[in-house]
Ligand binder design. Structure first.
Ligand code: SAM
Length: 384
């Protein structure tokens, strides 16, 4: 259904918003801004009085960071070298891009919105930086990134999980990713075992990277204000990572964290879980080994699961189910994991439990593996 935009009170038009170069002219859901030349553009070649109009869409996370001190702090904390190629996801109108271009050799900007790309390219050309900027006008989750040294970005918060997974588990080696994220999301990423925010996201990212808190950023530093505050974190890929099959690790942590505050004994003994695992093992038809698959690749870890009864009548005899359940419980008991809760376990402990399952011939698999869509699509579909 179409909703009419509210007409504007006359005295709002032309009211300059804060110290920056945007004026608010529109409604809540879709706001229209006039991007005027900013202080940096002032002494350059931009035409006097030139203005760029744009409607910002919340659905695309279009909150423009306008505080120059924050932008400069992000660039400083990114430790960019003059020889670096920086990947920026979601450059928007280019406030951060302009500062990155001053510090780096090259910037690759991936932006989904063609209107933003047009503004960005004009702005960059006015400063004579066009030779050092490559713009990819595509969805960052569906694009194969070229080689880069660093990521620096104020990303749309809606794609935080799959984007971090794509970077952390992707094929491109890089030094660090300095990202502006929703504050609560950043806290989860930084959480340690035992913290209330600790979840599967932190477990999986910590397996392959170190995460450092950099600073908080107020919602008032954006136009329009988002509902939430933000934090900057720096993610540094580890040089050495455990020798584990990542597909199996993701399926395993999804199973463990399906109820993160329940004991592992309670999680793995659920009738529905045992039957589902056994059903998968039959489908996988792997010799000797019992295959355990978790088909809910994009589920919410913190959500309570549905009832314990599923329609699994075709999943083996009662005897088979009983034996399989005993095998799982035997592994948990032998490793003293039965009474432990995943939210309190370190990655070393989880890796140990996975190796005990593997030694008992129990493996974890995920449907996304081998789906023929290539690695980029695979990592993009992953949600920690
Ligand atoms: C939070 S704004 C950041 C703008 C700018 N970097 C700044 O700091 O002011 C996010 C930007 O990401 C873009 N965007 C949203 N979804 C995207 C996607 N899937 N791939 C690439 N860009 C996306 C939006 O159009 C928007 O320009």
């Amino acid at each position: 259904m179409l909703r009419r935009r509210k007409s504007l009170p006359l005295n709002l038009a032309g009211v300059a918003l804060r110290r920056q170069s945007f004026r608010l002219l529109g409604t809540k859901s879709c706001r229209r801004y006039v991007h005027k030349k900013d202080d940096d553009d002032e002494n350059r070649n931009s035409k006097e009085g030139q203005e760029r109009h744009i409607h910002l869409h919340k659905s695309r996370g279009q909150h423009i960071l306008t505080n120059h001190r924050v932008l400069e702090a992000i660039v400083r904390k990114s430790e960019i070298r003059p020889t670096d190629t920086v990947l920026e996801i979601g450059p928007g109108t280019g406030n951060l891009t302009m500062k990155l271009l001053e510090a780096a050799k090259k910037v690759i900007a991936v932006e989904i919105d063609k209107r933003m790309v047009d503004i960005l390219c004009k702005r960059v050309a006015e400063r004579g930086f066009e030779d050092r900027l490559t713009v990819i006008c595509k969805d960052a989750l569906k694009t194969e990134f070229p080689i880069f040294d660093l990521v620096v970005a104020n990303i749309p918060y809606g794609i935080s999980s799959p984007l971090i997974a794509k970077l952390a588990f992707g094929v491109n080696p890089f030094r660090s990713a300095t990202l502006l994220l929703q504050k609560e999301f950043a806290r989860r990423l930084l959480a340690n075992p035992g913290d209330s925010e600790f979840n599967r996201l932190a477990v999986n990212v910590k397996l392959v990277a170190e995460v450092e808190y950099i600073m908080d950023v107020s919602k008032r530093d954006f136009v329009p204000y988002p509902k939430v505050d933000s934090s900057v974190v720096k993610i540094r890929p580890k040089t050495e990572i455990p020798d584990v099959d990542m597909n199996e690790w993701w399926a395993f942590t999804r199973t463990c964290f399906s109820k993160k505050n329940k004991t592992l004994g309670a999680t793995f003994k659920q009738k529905k879980k045992v039957i589902e695992l056994l059903k998968r093992s039959q489908e996988m038809n792997i010799d000797k080994d019992l295959a355990v698959a978790d088909c809910n690749f994009d589920g919410n870890d913190d959500k309570e699961e549905e009832s314990d009864d599923g329609d699994c009548s075709s999943s083996g005899s009662e005897k088979e189910k009983g034996l399989f359940r005993e095998k799982i419980v035997g592994v948990l008991k032998a490793g003293r994991f039965e009474e432990k809760r995943p939210s309190k376990l370190s990655n070393e402990e989880l890796l140990h439990l996975l190796s005990l399952f593997n030694q008992a011939g129990i493996h974890f698999h995920d449907q996304a593996k081998g789906n023929g869509e290539g690695k980029v699509a695979f990592v993009a579909s992953y949600s920690p």
